[in-house]
Design a protein around this ligand. Structure first.
Ligand code: F3S
Length: 69
C-alpha cells in the first residue's frame, strides 16, 4: 500500500533558503519575505514522495517535516 505523506514547514525555523521550492516546486510556496510554507494542506500528491524527502534533507535549517500518515 502506498504511503501517504504530508510536508510541513516550521515557520520558526525557516530562513528562506528556498531549496525546498527549487527541488519540489509543487509542494512549497514562498511568501513575500521568501519564507516557505507547504502548498495547500501539505498533502504530497502521488509520485512526488521522493521530492518531499529530498526537500526535507536539503533544508539547511531542518525546517521541513515529512509526516507519514
Ligand atoms: Fe525555508 Fe528550508 Fe525552504 S529554510 S525556504 S524551508 S529550504
Amino acid at each position: 500500500m502506498a504511503e501517504r505523506l504530508k510536508v510541513h514547514v516550521d515557520p520558526d525555523k525557516c530562513q528562506g533558503h528556498a531549496r525546498c521550492k527549487a527541488l519540489a516546486p509543487e509542494l512549497f510556496e514562498l511568501d513575500e519575505y521568501g519564507n516557505a510554507h507547504e502548498a495547500g494542506d501539505g498533502t504530497v500528491p502521488p509520485g512526488l514522495e521522493e521530492k518531499a524527502w529530498l526537500a526535507k534533507s536539503n533544508c539547511p535549517e531542518i525546517a521541513i517535516d515529512v509526516i507519514e500518515e
